[in-house]
Design a protein around this ligand. Structure first.
Ligand SMILES: [Zn+2]
Length: 370
């Protein structure tokens, strides 16, 4: 069951007719190419935005997710006549988020009339392909989109069609919440994860969490500043030199967990739908987001470790000796580097919440900007 959500206050009858035609084309295409599934496409509207000016895809995705949960849709396409604000590419026609099982489409550059309808349907299909876990291919609907002229409804290449059938069959298999009415929170999350651990891990890795520190400038800057500060502070060296390995590792673990939890809750990442019910889909999304964030923080820690090791190595030994009150060995330097990296991660957690709210969400939610 697909949902089609119009999110802008659009009154232009011509454009609305083109949207309706695009829905028809899309539904017709899906029924024709994948007849074994029972396709339904429900249209709805939430006239939240004025139909002009550029919109942030993050807001539209959140709107879509709320509606998706409310209406019990499996996937949602949020459609607007507005342009979308791009983050990394010069422009964005659409943004798919497989974590949220939602996508945003903009019809702003797709032309008009019948042409618009077909392009919009083709764009929707490409985005749905991402939501269903397909990769880009040389031909067919998953060909990378380089411009609106190229959007056409093409047949699936046979092997992608096979992959798609398998993915959809798995998704259609009974959702956990129908099996049992009440679940303990942890048990539910665990069941959700253990049902498809490969899929969850694949989704997490699909987000390339190690890129996170590069995109989140303020967070990484805050972390680097605290590392440098600790490298240049005599008292910190004296403290660090006298910590045991066990204390240092414990601190590291705590710092990683605290930073992940702090950013996750501070950014409201857990609150995605307005319904409290245990929805397996939502639980899976949260697991994926938490995993991505945790790996992102871990890679930040690794980077900080390298930074502080380099820093400790550059500082003159005689200076360190006077700061620490003993002759520094390699083990001392390594332990101190681990210590400062953990402190840096904590600094990052504070800095992370300075980051503009949409920024972290965009990094975690977007598969690409089409
Ligand atoms: Zn794509």
């Amino acid at each position: 069951m697909l949902g089609w959500l119009l999110a802008a206050d659009l009154r232009d009858p011509e454009l609305l007719a083109a949207y309706a035609r695009a829905r028809e084309l899309l539904l017709d295409y899906l029924r024709r190419t994948l007849p074994e599934f029972d396709w339904r496409l429900e249209a709805d509207e939430r006239r939240v935005y004025a139909p002009r000016g550029a919109l942030d895809p993050v807001d539209l995705l959140e709107l879509g997710v709320a509606e998706k949960l409310h209406r019990h849709w499996d996937y949602v396409l949020v459609v607007v006549p507005n342009e979308l604000i791009p983050r990394h590419s010069p422009s964005a026609l659409g943004v798919p988020s497989s974590a949220l099982e939602a996508a945003v489409l903009s019809s702003a550059r797709l032309g008009q009339g019948e042409e618009l309808a077909e392009r919009l349907a083709a764009l929707a299909l490409h985005l749905l392909g991402h939501l269903w876990g397909l990769d880009h291919a040389a031909s067919g609907p998953m060909r990378p989109v380089s411009g609106p002229e190229e959007l056409r409804l093409e047949p699936w290449p046979p092997e992608q069609l096979r992959e798609l059938r398998q993915q959809l069959a798995e998704a259609a298999a009974s959702r956990l919440e129908e099996e049992r009415e009440r679940w303990g929170a942890l048990a539910f999350y665990w069941r959700t994860f253990s049902k498809d651990p490969h899929g969850v891990i694949e989704s997490v890795l699909g987000y390339a969490p190690w890129r996170l520190p590069f995109y989140l400038g303020r967070l990484t800057a805050a972390a680097a500043v605290s590392v440098v500060y600790f490298l240049l502070t005599a008292d910190a060296w004296e403290l660090g030199a006298h910590l045991s390995w066990r204390a240092v590792w414990l601190l590291t673990l705590l710092a990683l967990a605290a930073a992940t939890a702090f950013i996750f809750s501070g950014q409201d990442l857990g609150r995605l739908g307005r319904e409290q019910a245990w929805r397996e889909q939502l639980a899976r999304t949260r697991i994926v987001l938490l995993g991505t964030l945790a790996l992102g923080i871990l890679s930040l820690w690794t980077g900080l470790l390298a930074l502080s090791l380099a820093g400790a190595w550059i500082l003159p030994r005689s200076l360190l000796q006077s700061w620490m009150g003993l002759a520094p060995s390699a083990a001392h330097l390594l332990r101190y580097a681990v210590f400062t990296a953990a402190i840096g991660v904590l600094g990052a957690a504070l800095g992370g919440n300075l980051e503009e709210e949409g920024e972290i969400k965009a990094e975690l939610f977007f598969d690409e900007e089409t």
